[in-house]
Ligand binder design. Sequence first.
Ligand SMILES: C[S@@+](CC[C@H](N)C(=O)[O-])C[C@H]1O[C@@H](n2cnc3c(N)ncnc32)[C@H](O)[C@@H]1O
Length: 272
Amino acid sequence: MDEFAEANRLNWDNRAELHSTDPTGRYRIATVLAGGSSLHDLEAGEIGDISGKDIVHLQCHIGLDTISLKHLGARSVTGLDFSPKAIAAAREFAAKAGTEARFVEASVYDAAEALGQTYDMAYVTWGAINWLDDINRWARAVSSVLRPGGTLYLLEGHPTMNQMYPDRNPLTVELDWRTPPGEPNGWDDPQTYTGDERPLTHVRHYEWIHPLSDVVNALIAADLSIDYLNEHDIVVWKAFSFLVETGEDQFTLPEGQPRIPLSFSIGATKRN
Ligand SMILES: C[S@@+](CC[C@H](N)C(=O)[O-])C[C@H]1O[C@@H](n2cnc3c(N)ncnc32)[C@H](O)[C@@H]1O
């Protein structure tokens, strides 16, 4: 693991400890433990009927969406994440919920070897590819865990949103649209994004902005056909303090602001 990935893993171990004891309700832990779902309306609507599918949730964090996918009718669910603390928390939540789920600790780049099987669907949402330096390698990893005809569902913060200065109103472009692999954007957030006031101890982390065209072209090059590409003017966290709530855990820009896309989703199918 290189120095950027190692810093990110320590940061995510730290966040996993806080998120698995989340006092803010952001992670919908009680709902999932009671047999419900932590998916937001956007992704729940876009994935459609998942009954009977074998699903792999890549970068599953503390496993709540993974467990939810099983509650929503998947035949089997597997979560993969490189944070040992996140995987430990995910296993504990599955046991508490009484839900069958497999959790594997590995880098997403090593998914094929670590998982040892293929799936009908790869599910990747909300804050996954921004942690990765190589979008082509990621797309090949996704492709390698899908059966022919298997699908990817990807839902992410929009690269245009990620270019904006974190909290300047009106929106101001601060970052380049494409982050070189060896020159990530480094951040030192003292707290995590849930509103939890407890401090992070491993604050340093690194992120990459991948233009939409790079994501789409990486998937095409990795043998996937694009079924749809949607852009949305909502996001499920308060990415800027001046966003306004339009639904449960759903935020948009206030009236009077020029609208930019805040998130995007891609459906893609593995060719052969
Ligand atoms: C924002 S969370 C993803 C949230 C997820 N949608 C959920 O269900 O909660 C990002 C996750 O990516 C994981 N991650 C970051 N880089 C990774 C890598 N190279 N390989 C595997 N997991 C990684 C982190 O450990 C973290 O759990």
